[in-house]
Design a protein around this ligand. Structure first.
Ligand code: FES
Length: 356
């Protein structure tokens, strides 16, 4: 009964108020009592921000109690209001679930991108400030296999492994099989080495190499020594490509994590390239059915707001006045009536009119 009423209110809010939900309509009022309250998000308090190296930051957060604890290796979307605009980026949690349960804190470790929108601003945040986080996401977690594990990290790709090792060593999972880590970063940019050293002292089954491409060469040179292991890789695309190519050649199971925008063609692939008219603000653009609306509006230099580019943060949400779109994640088609859509995960199926 309650869920039917909620569904009805959400539908009314969507139809008449252009809000995704009834709760969302009351957001501004709610924020008077609960700072940073947003429908569909969790809140977290910023505990501290500290430098780990010249361009790596550690951000400690205290999520509200309703936040569902993560599985080590998972990531969250962090949303922060900057100059009145919500900005979202994805970060892996660099602490195990045990540590979160014990301390109530989670840690993000991130590279500060010189021209980034969010990370260079993290230093200006003050302790106790509220931010928004998503529920934990992702399937890059400790594998269930009995094989030895080879972890391959590049740069800030070390974070999920720190979280996994934190939990696995606490839960004695590493006692049953060897785990080796190859940790690549630029010279003097390796972080959390003291934690790796502490892990290896606590557990003799865990060993690691701290490597730089400049001095030690490419990751490919090391992989054949671990042909009997299950490989996990988190790092830049070039590293991921090398590891995947090698894994295919010697038939090794590999799990990977790399945050990339969603593929521009849906998994229900549209084989025929068709073009349609997109009307927005009285202007008409030609768009195709292969790329997302967000990408095509950006290419047309239209002022679009967006955050994650992955269908998570809802910042690219806009009103579709008419026409049908396909959700690139599910292949599902919208109806042709007025409704809210997310530009980053929508492709045109007919002519469209939208209101940004
Ligand atoms: S940009 Fe985040 S949902 Fe589209």
């Amino acid at each position: 009964m309650i869920s039917t009423l909620k569904l009805l209110l959400d539908k009314l809010a969507d139809r008449f108020l252009h809000y995704g939900s009834w709760k969302g309509y009351w957001e501004v009022l709610m924020q008077q009592f609960k700072p940073a309250w947003r429908d569909g998000y969790f809140r977290a308090r910023l505990v501290s921000v500290k430098n780990l190296s010249s361009d790596m930051l550690e951000v400690l957060l205290k999520p509200e109690v309703s936040w569902p604890t993560h599985v080590a290796g998972q990531h969250i979307a962090l949303t922060i209001e900057l100059d009145g605009k919500l900005t979202t980026r994805i970060f892996t949690i660099a602490t195990g679930a045990n540590t979160h349960q014990r301390t109530k804190h989670i840690r993000l470790v991130t590279k500060v991108k010189a021209h980034g929108v969010l990370t260079p601003n993290l230093h200006s945040f003050v302790p106790n400030q509220w931010v928004n986080i998503s529920a934990p996401m992702g399937k890059f977690v400790w594998p269930t296999t009995e094989k030895p594990l080879l972890m391959i990290a590049g740069g800030s790709g070390i974070t999920p492994f720190i979280a996994m090792l934190d939990d696995a060593i606490n839960n004695a999972q590493v006692n049953h099989r060897p785990v080796h880590l190859l940790y690549f970063a630029k010279p003097n940019e390796h972080v959390l080495l003291n934690e790796l050293s502490a892990f290896s002292k606590r557990c003799e089954n865990f060993t690691y190499d701290v490597l730089t491409k400049q001095k030690d060469g490419d990751v490919e040179a090391y992989l054949s020594y671990f042909a009997s292991a299950h490989w996990l890789v988190c790092g830049p695309h070039t590293m991921f490509d090398q590891v995947e190519r090698c894994a295919k050649m010697i038939n090794v199971p590999v799990s990977s994590e790399h945050f990339a925008a969603l593929p521009v063609v849906s998994n229900t692939s549209l084989t025929q390239n068709e073009t349609f008219a997109l009307v927005h603000n009285g202007q008409s653009f030609t768009i195709d059915n292969q790329q997302t609306l967000l990408l095509q509006l950006q290419q047309a230099e239209q002022p679009v707001t967006y955050g994650c580019g992955m269908g998570i943060c809802h910042q690219c949400q806009c009103v579709k006045k008419r026409g049908v779109v396909r959700d690139t994640r599910t292949g599902e088609l919208s109806d042709s009536a007025e409704q809210l859509i997310q530009l980053c995960v929508s492709q045109a199926v007919t002519d469209l009119e939208i209101q940004l």
